[in-house]
Structure formats: C-alpha cells, structure tokens
Design a protein around this ligand. Structure first.
Ligand code: EPZ
Length: 422
C-alpha cells in the first residue's frame, strides 16, 4: 500500500507545464475506436483511468500503445462489442464505450459502470438519448444489452439535464448515424469542445460544441489524425489552490486560461493576484486568504464541482466564513470529516457546507475517499503545520499525473512511501 507524506508550511514557488485533461482524454480514447483509423493523441495523461481505457480498447480489439506523452490507437479491426464486468468496474467513465461500440458494431454489451462513489450516478439520460438514435436496450442479469436493429439514425435529442456523459455518448453515435442529429440542452464543458474538435479533425461536421445546441453531420469517411488533448482545467485549479494555501507564487504553462473563467475570480476574491499571459497563468497569493462567501457548483460555465473540495481547503484557512452548495452530486463532501481531523471548522447540512476559516490546519493521518477529495487533502497537508499522511492514494492516481513529483517541482516537501499499515 502506498501513502503520500507531506511536510506542511512550505511556500510553493515555481513553474509547471500542465498535464493533459483526464476528462477529455477518456472520451477521445473511446472516439478513437469509432473512426477505424489511426489516432495519435498527444498530451494524453498517464493515469490509472487512461490506462484502464487503453485496456478496454485492447479488449475490444484495437491497438493502443503509449509513446511518451502520446497514445497511439489503431482501430481498423475491432472484434469485440462486449466489455467484461472487471473492466467496467475500474472506472465510471467506461460507460463512454457504450456509444463507441454501438457506433462501430451496432451493438454493445456491458455492465453498469463503477468508479468513485460521489453520488448515485444513474445512466438514464444516456439510454434515453441513445434510444432517440434508434438504440434498443435490454437489461439481462445486470448486463446492458444494446442493439440498433435498423441502424443509427439522426434525431433531435433534448437532454433534461446537460449531462456531460450523455452528451458525449450521443456524439459518439451521431458521427456514424444516418442523417443529422441535434442535441438540445447539451453539456457545454470544454471537454465536449475537445471531443468535437477531434471528430471534426477526423472528418465529421459538428457545430455548436460549447453551446447548449450541438448539431452533428456524420462523417462520410473518417481519416487518421494527430490530436493534442487539451490541458486539464481542474488540475490547473488544483495547483493554483496549492499555491494559494501556502502563500506561494506559481506559473502554469499550457494552462488554457480561457477554460478557467469559472474559477479565476474565486482566487481573486480570496485575495490572490492572478495574471494571464497567452497560455500561462501566474498566481501570487497573499499571506492570509479571504473568505469568498457563497460558492454554488453548477454545470459549465458555472463553478466546477470537481474543484469544490480544493476550493473548500482554501476556505478552511481563510479569514471569515464561506458557504458551499453542491448541486451536481449527492455525496461530494466526503473530504469534510478528513479535513475536520486536520482542525478545519466545517458543518454540513445535506448539500450545504458552512466553512469557518481557521488560522492554521494541523498535520494528521487522513484517507482519500475519491479523486478530487484526495487531491484536496494533499493541498490541506501542504498548508498544515506538521506532517500529513494521505492513504488510499489510488484514487488520486486516477486523475493526477505524477502529483507528488509536480508538487515537489514547486518546492513541496512530499513523498510517496510504501507501507503495510493504513
Ligand atoms: C463528468 O462526469 C466528469 N467525468 C466528472 O468528473 C464531472 O464531475 C461531471 O462530468 C460534472 O462536471 C468525466 O468527464 C470522465 P454528468 P459525468 O453526466 O459525465 C446526473 C472527476 O472528478 N445524471 O454531467 O458522469 C448525475 O448523477 C469526475 O474528474 C443522471 O441523473 O457527469 C450527476 O448528478 C467526477 N443521469 C449529474 O447528472 C444520467 O444519465 C451530472 O452528471 C447522467 C447523469
């Protein structure tokens, strides 16, 4: 078992190139199975989740190999439309392969996905959107057996909620459907734009990605493509929060600041000086952060739920009281009891958390309960007095590439240790 051990109280300083986006790489790895061509995905982060997606690609008969920070996928001869339970359980995003398999084979068999339990996470919106494109779904012994008896056809899909995953699965099918598809109330996340840009590079015609109405004209024929995965906007915010809670100064390169619009004001309200220059973001933090009042998580371009935990760590050491309202997932305050172990003053009422800032957190032994909660506990450890040990770090490895290495490049005293005790 591995743990991260952090000696707190060190001011972070320096510069870093941002990793590629996990939440863009995963749907694009699935999309690479749809084209039937060779895709070279540059800046594809090396993570537990992308490794799991590559295992699924190989299982269905694609070639998927890593070459430095690129992944090369050849999908000319996939053979398999069934994904075993074990592979599905490795990560929630495996559901994205439903659209890819239906698009390639007109059928798919898989079980409900696993992943971090931050909420119920049903897939009803995925299945109802795909039904509009001609997909028929039967559930047999806990397995979803999907088919397209008359082939995929274009349709107008109106999503009751702008679900990221349901929008992506609809795009994965629409690029091979007969006729045009229109997605209304589509998710507007930048990762949707990146998936659309990938498909457009391969020959599809997708318009309106990033808005609530996306139109898809299927590709007449796909072509091979070399494609740069966008930077990870959540990891950008996470590194900036690490600098903010240590009164540090950091510069992030390849930061795509245009996608950080929902979070940069949060840092400024907390008293940080933020400078954007081309693709770089520089943050200089004050000695003590200020509380920022009310934070409500929302679909993009609202405040990202994936940054809520790290933002709460900033609030925990700020001057004043902050209130967080989590509107996206039902169970996304699992970091709170761990932060309370470190001396944070946080009270939770259902989806509302009230955070009274304290001058200093104390090092403690804490447990990562999911990816973003884990990254937030590491950030808390950087701010705390003394030593913090974070266990269950397999969650962190799902989405943070070489986290301790990158933080130590900014001067953090952090190391990964092998241990046989939790
Ligand atoms: C994506 O998850 C991200 N994952 C999540 O990031 C992110 O938190 C989420 O979008 C919201 O931004 C990836 O991109 C791989 P949704 P996804 O479908 O697609 C409900 C991280 O830490 N819903 O927009 O699963 C659902 O339960 C992860 O990197 C239904 O009810 O998000 C949730 O409450 C965590 N029925 C809400 O919608 C459905 O069929 C948002 O889900 C689908 C979703």
């Amino acid at each position: 078992m591995e743990k991260l051990v952090i000696e707190g109280g060190v001011r972070l300083e320096g510069e870093l190139e941002l990793q590629g986006s996990k939440n863009s790489a995963l749907p694009i790895l699935a999309a690479a199975a749809v084209t039937g061509e060779t895709s070279i995905l540059k800046h594809c982060p090396q993570l537990r989740d992308t490794d799991a997606a590559m295992r699924i690609l190989r299982h269905v008969g694609c070639e998927a190999e890593r070459a430095g920070n690129a992944v090369i996928v050849r999908s000319d001869a996939p053979k398999q439309w069934e994904i075993p339970d074990a592979l599905m359980r490795e990560m929630r995003s495996s559901i994205i392969f439903l659209g890819a398999l239906l698009s390639r084979f007109g059928r798919a068999e898989l079980s409900a996905p696993g992943g971090c339990d931050i909420g119920l996470r049903p897939i009803d919106l995925h299945l109802s959107a795909l039904a509009s494109l001609g997909v028929r779904t039967e559930e047999r012994c806990g397995r979803l057996c999907c088919s397209v008896p008359n082939g995929l056809h274009g349709a107008t899909v109106t999503l009751p909620f702008p679900s990221v995953g349901a929008t992506e699965n609809t795009l994965l099918c629409a690029v091979r459907a007969k006729g045009e598809t229109v997605i209304r109330n589509a998710a507007r996340e930048p990762e949707i734009c990146d998936l659309a840009a990938f498909f457009n590079g391969c020959g599809a015609k997708i318009r309106g990605a990033g808005t609530d109405t996306v139109t898809v004209e299927p590709a007449e024929r796909f072509r091979a493509l070399e494609f740069p995965i966008m930077p990870d906007r959540i990891m950008a915010a996470t590194f900036l929060s690490a600098a903010a809670v240590t009164a540090g100064t950091v510069c992030l390169h390849r930061a795509a600041p245009q996608y950080l619009v929902p979070v940069l004001p949060y840092f400024e309200q907390a008293g940080c000086v933020v400078r954007v220059q081309d693709d770089d973001v520089l943050l200089h933090a004050p000695h003590r952060l200020q509380s920022t009042g009310l934070v409500r998580t929302m679909p993009y371009p609202g405040f990202p739920t994936d940054f809520q935990a790290s933002a709460m760590v900033m609030a925990a050491v700020s001057q004043g009281t902050s209130v967080f309202v989590e509107t996206i997932f039902e169970n996304r305050f699992r970091h709170v009891p761990e932060l309370q172990r470190m001396g944070a003053h946080i009270t939770v009422h259902n989806s509302v958390a009230v955070v009274e800032g304290v001058p200093q957190l104390c090092g403690a032994c804490v447990r990562a309960t999911d990816l973003r909660a884990g990254a937030a506990l590491v950030t808390a450890g950087l701010a705390a007095q003394g030593v913090t040990q974070v266990s269950c770090i397999e969650h962190i490895d799902r989405g943070c590439e070489r986290f301790e290495h990158n933080l130590s490049l900014l001067g953090a005293r952090i190391e990964r240790i092998e241990t046989d005790t939790e």
